[in-house]
Design a protein around this ligand. Structure first.
Ligand code: GDP
Length: 298
């Protein structure tokens, strides 16, 4: 991830190394190149525009510094602006005052929701919580089974419709799961929901019905970092359709250009909270904007 963008940026910065000080023309030329590099990495246009405007303004206003040469100064500004685009300080999960806290996962089919549910359960269990997984993705024939396997690996209970009862209604499964969690002293309920390959009204209506049934403390939107420019439309649809409180980037281990990662915070207005970096349960971490920005800058 980000390999091309990293290479492009280091090429741009190396041209500045020989300069004693930067003229306005140097700054404009650098800003133009960075704009192109970001666009080619599939970063959404409004994000690129705002980024480049801030960069120019700050580079022009930068004091001549003893400690940093012009190239280092520009790198520092780009780093700080990348951190901002990725969400600044980051944020932790919000829990309910009265347990159980409910975390609902939403996103397209294949985005990595079910895998993420298992990872999040493992992560929260390691922190001393008593999480429970809920299989409310009844659209995909194998999803319940997949969640049960992941729950088994994480050592976490999975609440699922009884076998033999037909497909079942995901909204009532979700509602019953909260009662079950209360009775069994689970303090966090993670609800996996169905996605489709594209946005459709029926899927969104079901997600809204599940949301209303479980009254979540967090609605985490899981987005596959490989999707490129489609990320914006998908993120907007979930933001407006279900309402989301946080974002999880999945498949950050892939070799996509990284635009989704850099656009999704701006588009949703919500922080990126976790990153998924592989198929195994342990390929998962809290998202750190600062570390990601450093990785992009190499
Ligand atoms: P869902 O339809 O949203 O529940 O998506 P799944 O959790 O079933 O994931 C879809 C596919 O992506 C599966 O084959 C997962 O093993 C794979 N997957 C999920 N997360 C990641 C990740 O972070 N990296 C990689 N490389 N694969 C992932």
């Amino acid at each position: 991830m980000f390999d091309t963008l990293s290479d492009r940026l280091s090429g741009i910065f190396s041209k500045l190394r020989s300069k004693g000080r930067l003229t306005d023309a140097d700054i404009d030329a650098t800003a133009r190149e960075i704009r192109l590099a970001l666009l080619e990495a599939d970063v959404a246009l409004p994000v690129v525009k705002a980024f480049v405007a801030r960069l120019k303004e700050r580079a022009r206003g930068a004091e001549v510094s003893e400690a940093l040469n012009p190239a280092q100064q520009v790198i520092k500004i780009v780093h700080e602006e990348l951190v901002q685009v990725l969400g600044g300080e980051g944020r932790r999960l919000q829990f309910a005052k009265q347990p159980p806290s409910v975390i609902m996962l939403a996103g397209l089919q294949g985005s990595g929701k079910t895998t993420l549910a298992g990872k999040l359960a493992r992560h929260l269990k390691a922190q001393g919580h008593q999480p429970m997984l809920v299989a409310a993705d009844l659209q995909r024939p194998n999803a319940v089974n997949q969640l049960q396997v992941l729950g088994g690996r994480a050592g976490v209970e999975v609440f699922a419709p009884e076998p033999g009862n037909g497909i079942g209604d995901p909204v009532s499964v979700a509602r019953q799961s909260i009662e079950h969690a209360r009775r069994h002293m689970r303090d966090i309920v993670i609800v996996d929901t169905a996605g489709r390959l594209g946005i459709d009204a029926e899927m969104m209506a079901q997600a809204v019905a599940i949301r209303d049934a479980v009254d979540p403390d967090e609605v985490l939107f899981v987005i596959d970092a490989m999707v490129g420019q489609d990320a914006v439309a998908t993120a907007e649809a979930f933001r407006d359709g279900v309402g989301i409180t946080g974002v999880v980037l999945s498949k950050l281990d892939g070799d996509a250009r990284g635009g989704a990662a850099l656009s999704v915070r701006h588009v949703t207005g919500q922080p990126i909270m976790f990153a998924s970096t592989g198929e195994k349960l342990e390929d998962f971490d809290v998202f750190h904007p600062d570390r990601m920005a450093s990785r992009i800058l190499g």
